[in-house]
Design a protein around this ligand. Structure first.
Ligand code: FAD
Length: 312
């Protein structure tokens, strides 16, 4: 089996999520990595060094600059004869690209894998993570999106892959890049953070959300997450939503503050290594998955906790 992973990058650095996708692909066979970009030579330098990558395919042309799936899908298809599996992370980039590749190749896509049993058999969550389904396909080619938090990242050093220059496909011009707004933050990125402090509706306002959670997050070096109720109420920005329709996180420590533990929220954080829940309702469902629970008023518990961490 030879597997093609499609790299996500910004023409300068490789997104670490690609290392997790490669970790998944390595369970299937020989891994080749496709870097499609514009003036992305530094990404190729990083790609070459990734352990387990045997070959880097590189195509550099202006219409690949912004990772538009309409442009990149035909490039993947142009090399498809050589591959049995096409792997990309199940994030915005991968979810946009993978279905186009599958449609152009007229093959199946299996989405959001959390486990690879063999080259035909995969596990993925369904019903907002409440059940796992094992899916088997005999098709000769498969497009797979993988949940990054479920697969270990491979080392970004130690490899020495060949680089093959690929002829670019013609520009399709079906879509046009307009602009990109990036959140600037000193905090770790939510999906990569070792610690996440998340707040729910109980915080009551954006001011309280920030006043209560930020000092705790500062002490823990944590990223800030939120439930959808908190995001809908504008206590926290959209990109901080954790859950089925938000981001999937699996940090070493997840602190859920004033979050009830609805299945759609739990779907996004249940793989966290240690879950701490703070809630005044002892019957809140979040306590069913918490490793440590504190029952009480968050407006007392969180400032106390922060004070104790500060004094250490
Ligand atoms: P609530 O459910 O209102 O819980 C607030 C909690 O705070 C309660 O448990 C309460 O006991 C506790 N509390 C109140 N005051 C205090 C206090 N002073 N101190 C301590 N505890 C206190 N939700 C997500 O989070 N992410 C998603 O991605 C997501 N996707 C969804 C997709 C669909 C299709 C649907 C239908 C829903 C989705 N939801 C999602 C919404 C989800 O169902 C819940 O409504 C939401 O998670 C509830 O947020 P919450 O826990 O902050 O609020």
């Amino acid at each position: 089996m030879t597997v093609l992973v499609i790299a996500e990058h910004n023409n300068q650095t490789l997104n670490p999520v690609t290392l997790h996708a490669i970790g998944a692909a390595a369970k299937l066979g020989d891994v080749h990595l496709l870097v499609a970009g514009f003036q992305a030579a530094s990404v190729v330098e990083q790609a070459k060094k990734i352990a387990v990558v045997n070959q880097v395919l590189y195509s550099d042309v202006a219409h690949y600059e912004h990772g538009l799936p309409e442009e990149i899908a035909p490039l993947v298809v142009s090399v498809a004869n050589d591959y049995s599996h096409f792997v990309v992370a199940a994030n915005a980039f991968g979810k946009n690209l993978a279905p186009r590749v599958a449609a152009l190749l007229d093959c199946s896509q299996i989405s959001d894998l959390t486990e690879i049993i063999d080259n035909k058999t995969f596990v993925r969550p369904i019903y907002a993570g409440n059940a796992l389904i094992t899916v088997q396909s005999d098709e000769p080619k498969l497009v797979l999106t993988v949940r990054a938090t479920a697969f270990d990242a491979v080392a970004d050093a130690g490899g020495n892959a060949n680089v093959q220059n690929l002829v670019a496909t013609n520009a399709v011009n079906l879509s046009r890049f307009v602009s990109r707004e990036l959140t600037q933050s000193d905090r770790p990125e939510l999906t990569q953070a070792r610690v996440v402090v998340s707040g729910g509706r109980a915080l009551g306002s954006a001011e309280q959300f920030n006043a209560v959670l930020m000092p705790l997050a500062d002490e823990l070096g944590a990223a800030i997450g939120a439930s959808r109720a908190a995001v809908d109420a504008e206590y926290a920005p959209n990109d901080s939503q954790v859950g089925q329709t938000g981001k999937i996180v699996a940090p070493e420590l997840y602190v859920a503050v004033g979050i009830s533990g609805a299945i759609q929220h739990v779907a996004g954080m249940q793989d966290s290594k240690i879950i701490v829940a703070i809630n005044k309702d002892p019957d809140a469902p979040i306590f069913n998955i918490a490793d440590f629970g504190m029952v009480g008023d968050l407006f007392e518990i969180v400032p106390n906790l922060t004070k104790q961490l500060k004094s250490k």
